[in-house]
Design a protein around this ligand. Structure first.
Ligand code: UDX
Length: 443
């Protein structure tokens, strides 16, 4: 059992803290937001993540999981401090290290015993060295501080499962005992550990996210060519994925990636490269392709209708992916902007993310509380997020409620054969369109 503090209770920090307590460590999660701390003490997660509330409650009751807004109290008697604060994107695409720097100073002024500092936040290569120098500069007591880079690979919506069944735990440490200690801390997860130096660990995180984003943009470009050549992206991706060197994952064509990681980390890595006089052309293209992919549904609707002026569009799903209320960089934002710019009226429905959506979506979008309400009287439906509730919506609901039988499906939720037996005009990604019951090439 190790005494651990986790600073920052956003997605990464909270899931990390809860998971570490579940494997037997005594964990104190620190956050500056007192109201949030109160909620978490009651076992209420501030984020929507399946299974998290239950695990929090269990470990609070077991006396292994604590929450505090008081840094001095949080750092008392801790052998390990995890940094899990945000690294938002600055205007030039680089990571904003304001919160990281503040935590470094807080650690320096509060720790009274030797401590290993573990960085979970995604930070540019070299940041751990920078954190250590800030800590050493402000250190009040004569203690030893060592750094470990331990990037997270959790996916929102399945973060709990990923925490206990991830593919690897990356531990980046230079000389000293810190790497061994963090390997011990993680032993009970039973997940393969990969040891490397600090800078390589920092790079593994960026390179992994950039590679996955590249797979998505690649398959989206193949989908765009499928549409022009009459091929079917679902079959193409399945056939490609059977090659073990390629694999099936992250080959789902759609409306482009969103979320808190891929958009931010791809831009940050391109910027890191630029700062070192290297132009990362491939990654720049991945980002451009993704931005363009956000427009694909609207482009199809414009083609089908001629003009979208005065058309009422039902947006089904707003979150950047299912099983999360996270709206960060959701394609729904860009899609709504495009639609409003084209003079359309936007009526939106999401099972969970509506309150978060209201904060980041453009002005002028109307929100409703059921899919049927969104569809009723609309000229077209746009399927944006493949929530299981939305995927399982019967095709006859569209026939029944839409004014015009047009469905633009950004997540390929329905089989073309099923749609062909309805009266719907259906446009999806990388597949033939269905018009008047017939499969047609879109160009
Ligand atoms: C991602 C990484 O997977 C995770 O390892 C890292 O720690 C954080 O970033 P997350 O953003 O939660 O996780 O979601 P993920 O499931 O990876 O999806 C990201 C985006 O890509 C979503 O918008 C999703 O819809 C899109 N996506 C994913 C596709 O369009 N096609 C795919 O095949 C897979």
């Amino acid at each position: 059992m190790t005494n651990i503090a986790v600073v920052g209770t956003g997605y990464v920090g909270l899931v990390t803290g809860v998971a570490l307590s579940e494997i037997g460590h005594k964990v104190t999660c620190i956050d500056i937001d007192q109201a949030k701390v109160e909620r978490m003490r009651r076992g209420e997660s501030p984020i929507y993540e399946p299974g998290l509330d239950e695990l929090m409650t269990k470990n609070i009751q077991a006396g292994r999981l604590f929450f505090t807004a008081n840094h001095a109290e949080g750092f008392t008697d801790k052998d390990v401090v995890y940094i899990a604060v945000g690294t938002p994107e600055k205007e030039d695409g680089t990571a904003d290290l304001r919160f990281i720097n503040q935590v470094a100073k807080d650690i320096a002024t509060n720790v009274k015993q030797d401590v290993v500092v573990v960085t979970k936040s995604t930070v540019p290569v070299g940041t751990n060295d920078h954190i250590l120098s800030v800590i050493k500069e402000h250190l009040v007591h004569n203690v030893d501080v060592q750094m470990v880079s331990n990037p997270e690979f959790l996916r929102e919506g399945s973060a709990i499962d990923d925490a206990f069944h991830g593919d690897r735990i990356v531990i980046g440490a230079d000389a000293g005992y810190a790497g061994d200690m963090i390997e011990d801390v993680n032993e009970a997860f039973g997940i393969p550990v990969y040891r490397t130096d600090v800078r390589s660990a920092e790079m593994i995180k960026y390179a992994s996210n950039a590679f996955l984003a590249t797979k998505i943009s690649f398959v989206n470009e193949i989908a765009n060519i499928c549409e022009k050549t009459g091929a079917n992206i679902e079959d193409v991706a399945s056939g490609m994925g059977m090659d073990g060197r390629i694999g099936h994952q992250f080959l789902r064509a759609g409306i482009g990636y969103g979320g808190s990681c891929f958009p931010k980390d791809t831009k940050a890595l391109a910027q890191i490269a630029a700062n070192h006089d290297h132009s990362f052309e491939l990654l720049e293209a991945v980002i451009r392709v993704n931005n363009e992919q956000h427009r694909s549904l609207t482009n199809k609707a414009k083609e089908a209708f001629g003009s979208l002026k005065g058309r009422r569009i039902a947006l089904l799903g707003l979150a950047f992916k299912p099983n999360t209320d996270d709206m960060r960089e959701s394609p729904a934002i860009a899609i709504s902007q495009e639609l409003l710019l084209a003079g359309a009226e936007v009526v939106a429905y999401d099972p969970i993310a509506t309150e978060n959506a209201k904060r980041v979506m453009p002005e002028g979008v109307t929100y409703v509380s059921t899919a049927e309400e969104a569809l009723r009287g609309a000229d077209a439906a746009f399927i944006v997020t493949d929530w299981s509730e939305i995927k399982s919506l019967e095709l006859r609901a569209y026939e029944q409620y839409l004014k015009e039988p047009y469905v633009f499906d950004g997540r390929n939720c329905y089989s073309l054969e099923d749609v062909a037996s309805t009266s719907l005009n259906y446009y999806s990604v990388g597949r033939k369109a269905v018009v008047n019951g017939k499969l047609v090439e879109t160009v």
